[in-house]
Every structure is written in structure tokens, then in C-alpha cells.
Design a binder for this molecule. Structure first.
Ligand code: AMP
Ligand code: GLY
Length: 444
């Protein structure tokens, strides 16, 4: 990371970077301090990528993790301490704040930065409703003509249950609000549908419920940078949400991801962007709530073409750990352009090759994870084309220990998917901690 505060070396660096064949984006004469908010693998991947930017002066992460501490300065301010975060951004004279997780976005952290005159990458609370309310998202998709599953929204469990009994068939049951990946049940029969209605309606996220038709096909995540108007799609990725091999076991935040996805060619990606994503961006802009940030479309490739399962208003995790390493160009310049409403899609290009991320999870995940297990072997896997992103780790007197559900994301890069997977799995086997869980079939 560049830690030089003076103006001229920055310009020289941008210049020499331009000579490396990259587009000359800008020459900043002021320090470019950046604050990343969050502490997961996604935020470590963002820190790793932003630290490579010639525009960067100093990187701060709040609260960060032991991985981000090697790239910038961690500051112990929690993601829900909005006053503390705005104060921190002022103190470090942040030129850009990048908000990682969904909760602070949904609760209006970006609105707070904008009110304070601090540029922020991430949607306002109104635009983040695309993720924060599935009922809002479904209505918007319908109005914008985006292909998606047919769904009905219910304000009470009784009304939803009556609908199911009358229909005599199973439904996909979704809680309206943010539920950390636990708000969806793909029911196999009427009984399971009714049980899901009872369970989800008792959660804070389930005060409204959606009953949705079940769709069939392979799933896909498309993340795109957006400045409120223009989309810059990144390499399509595939997440593995279930805990166990063969897509068995409970849902998790994601146990691994690969990119690119070979069954998605340029035509499919173009269809996704023009039919599924751009109409949503246009609709939000027309409502006076332009989406500036990372727009994440969760899609399913049905026999009738791609359909939207959900939108997220942030980078996916672990998708970020495979998508960000496959970018050529200056991510910081692109995020700043999004925040300022002037994104040029030529700022970034896809890098050739593949990335595969295998998540190492703690004992008992996705239940309350066991903490404090000593992690060994990370130093022994440091090599080119291998990235170890920290998520739930902490430094203790015993050294590096587990401190969350998803502990590490191990990303291998390679010219082919098997090469990327081999590199990731070779490292996964050398990193040890008691209770280590991971899937053996990521990307296979
Ligand atoms: P969501 O949070 O809406 O993406 O849902 C989580 C997971 O549930 C998705 O990744 C799918 O595997 C599954 N899912 C959601 N909606 C549907 C649907 N309409 N048909 C089939 N599977 C679905
Ligand atoms: N990997 C799924 C998510 O970030 O929501």
C-alpha cells in the first residue's frame, strides 16, 4: 500500500501505471484516504483489492479483522455505531467510504455519510430496500417487467396458511426482511410449507411473508457496479449455499464460490444485464432513489431463460472473494466513480482465468460457532495465485484463533477451473483448526 502523503508521487504512480497498459483514470492531488466498513471475508477482499490502487494514500477498516490489519489500519468502531463511523470518516478525512454488509446499508449508513458530505459507495436506505424487503423488491420487479417467480405477499401467517390450503400445493416461503440467509424455505409439500409459515412468521424478518412458485435450474450470481444509472457487470459467479457436499444440509451464508461460470456465456450475461438488472436500476432512478453501489442479482437459469430469485444491495460473500481477483483495472477509481455518479464501464475489464474460493467454517456453524480454536498453517500456504481471506478470526495470546462462523476463505487462481480448485484445496488441507468444516465439492 502507498503510505506517502505527498501529492506528486501519487501522480507519478498513476502515470507509471498508465504506462503498464492500464487506462489513465485520474491524477489526484489530494490524499486519498479510504474507509471500509465491515469485518468479513468480503471486506478483506475489498481491502486487498483497494490496497493495490495507485490512487490510495491510506486505508482504514472499521472494525476489520486480522487479515485487513495487514493492509491498512483497523479501527475498533462497530458497524452499527453510525455516529462513531461518521466521526471516524471525518477524522481521517476519508475521500471514500465503502460499506460492505447489508445491515448498515438497510439502516441508512450511506444516507448519514452523504448528509455529512462524505462520498460513500453503497446504496441509500431507500435503494437498499431492494434487499431489505422482498415484498418491495417483488413489486418493483413486477412493475419493471423483470422475469422472476410469481409470488403473493401476506401480512399474516393465517392468511398465508389459508392460501396454501386452498392451493393444495407446496410453495417457496420467504420472510420479507433481512434474515442472514435463513429467511427462505423451499418446501417439498403442503405440510412443510405450513411449518415454514409458522416458523418464519415468528421471526422479526417474517412480519410479512411471500409465497413464491418454485423455479428449477442452475443458480448464478451476477454482481455489477452501479452509479445510479450505468451498470458495470463483473465476472459471473456461482455460490454454494448448503453446508455439506452434494448441496445437502442447512443453508449457510455461502461455503464457497467459483468464477467465471462456464454455462454463462457473453449472451446470457448480456440478457441478465439488459432484462433483469438495468430495468431495476432505471425503476429506482425514476423513483428518485438511484442505486449507487454493488448490485447483486441472484438468478436461476430456467428453461425459459434467466429469472431473478433475489437482489442484494452489496457485494456477495464469498462471491467477492472470487470476483474481485478477476478484475483488471483500478477498483478504487471505479468505486469512486460510482459514488460520484460518473461510472465509465471501460474502467474495469475481466481478467482471464478462474478463481475458486473454499470457505473454512468453525465447529457448529451455521449454529452458534465455537470460538477460540487455534488456527495454524496460514503462513505455509502463502504463494502466488493463492489468497487467504480472513472472516471470523481474532488474535489472542494463543495466536490466531477462530472467532466467527465462516473463519477463512481460501481462493485459488488458475488458467482453468481445475487448476484454481487444486490450488485452493492444497492450501485448505494445510490450514488447521479444531472443528474445521469445509465442502470438498466446490466447483465440481
Ligand atoms: P433467496 O434468498 O431469495 O436467494 O433464496 C435463497 C435460496 O433459496 C436461493 O439461492 C435458492 O436456492 C432458493 N430459492 C429461492 N427462491 C426460489 C424459487 N422461487 N425457486 C427455487 N428455489 C428458490
Ligand atoms: N453468498 C450469498 C450472499 O452474499 O448473500
Amino acid at each position: 500500500m502507498n503510505t506517502d502523503d505527498s501529492a506528486s508521487p501519487k501522480c507519478e504512480q498513476v502515470q507509471s501505471w498508465a504506462h503498464c497498459g492500464e487506462p489513465l483514470v485520474a491524477c489526484y492531488n489530494t490524499p486519498m484516504n479510504v474507509l471500509i466498513i465491515g469485518s468479513g471475508g468480503r471486506e478483506h477482499a475489498l481491502a486487498w483489492r483497494l490496497a493495490q490502487s495507485p490512487l490510495l494514500t491510506q486505508l482504514f477498516i472499521a472494525p476489520g479483522n486480522p487479515g485487513t490489519a495487514r493492509l491498512g489500519q483497523n479501527v475498533p468502531v462497530a458497524v452499527d455505531d453510525f455516529d462513531g463511523l461518521v466521526d471516524l470518516a471525518r477524522r481521517i478525512q476519508a475521500e471514500l467510504v465503502v460499506v460492505g454488509p447489508e445491515d448498515p446499508l438497510a439502516h441508512g449508513l450511506v444516507d448519514r455519510f452523504l448528509a455529512a458530505g462524505i462520498p460513500a459507495f453503497g446504496p441509500t436506505a431507500t435503494a437498499a430496500r431492494l434487499e431489505g424487503s422482498k415484498a418491495f423488491a417483488k413489486a418493483l420487479l413486477r412493475a419493471a417487467g423483470v422475469p422472476t417467480a410469481v409470488a403473493s405477499t401476506f401480512a399474516s401467517a393465517e392468511a398465508a396458511a389459508a392460501f396454501v390450503r386452498t392451493s393444495g400445493q407446496p410453495w417457496v416461503v420467504k420472510a420479507d426482511g433481512l434474515a442472514q440467509g435463513k429467511g427462505v424455505v423451499v418446501a417439498e409439500d403442503v405440510e412443510e410449507t405450513l411449518a415454514a409459515i409458522t416458523r418464519l412468521s415468528a421471526t422479526p424478518a417474517g412480519q410479512q411473508l411471500l409465497l413464491e412458485e418454485r423455479l428449477y435450474g442452475r443458480e448464478l450470481s451476477v454482481l455489477a457496479l452501479c452509479d445510479g444509472r450505468v451498470l458495470l457487470p463483473l465476472t459471473p459467479a456461482r455460490d454454494h449455499k448448503r453446508l455439506l457436499d452434494g448441496d445437502a444440509g442447512p443453508n449457510t451464508g455461502g461455503m464457497g464460490a467459483v468464477a467465471p461460470v462456464d454455462d454463462v456465456d457473453a449472451d446470457v450475461l448480456a440478457t441478465v444485464v439488459t432484462r433483469c438488472m438495468q430495468p431495476v436500476v432505471d425503476a429506482l432512478a425514476a423513483r428518485g432513489a438511484p442505486f449507487r453501489g454493488s448490485l447483486y442479482a441472484g438468478l436461476i437459469l430456467t428453461a425459459d431463460g434467466p429469472k431473478v430469485l433475489e437482489f442484494n444491495a452489496r457485494f456477495g460473500d464469498p462471491e467477492a472473494q472470487v470476483v474481485l481477483p478477476l478484475i483488471e483495472g483500478d477498483l478504487l477509481a471505479a468505486l469512486l466513480a460510482c459514488a460520484e455518479g460518473r461510472l465509465d464501464p471501460a474502467l474495469l475489464r475481466p481478467r482471464t482465468g478462474y478463481a475458486a474460493c473454499v470457505v473454512l467454517a468453525a465447529a457448529n456453524y451455521p449454529g452458534p460457532p465455537r470460538r477460540g480454536d487455534v488456527i495454524t498453517g496460514i503462513e505455509s500456504v502463502e504463494e502466488a495465485d493463492l489468497l487467504v481471506f480472513h472472516a471470523g478470526t481474532a488474535l489472542s495470546e494463543a495466536g490466531l484463533v477462530t472467532a466467527g462462523g465462516r473463519v477463512l476463505g481460501v481462493t485459488g487462481l488458475g488458467a482453468t477451473l481445475p487448476a484454481a480448485l487444486d490450488r485452493a484445496y492444497a492450501a485448505v488441507e494445510r490450514i488447521e483448526f479444531a472443528g474445521k468444516q469445509y465442502r470438498r465439492d466446490i466447483g465440481r
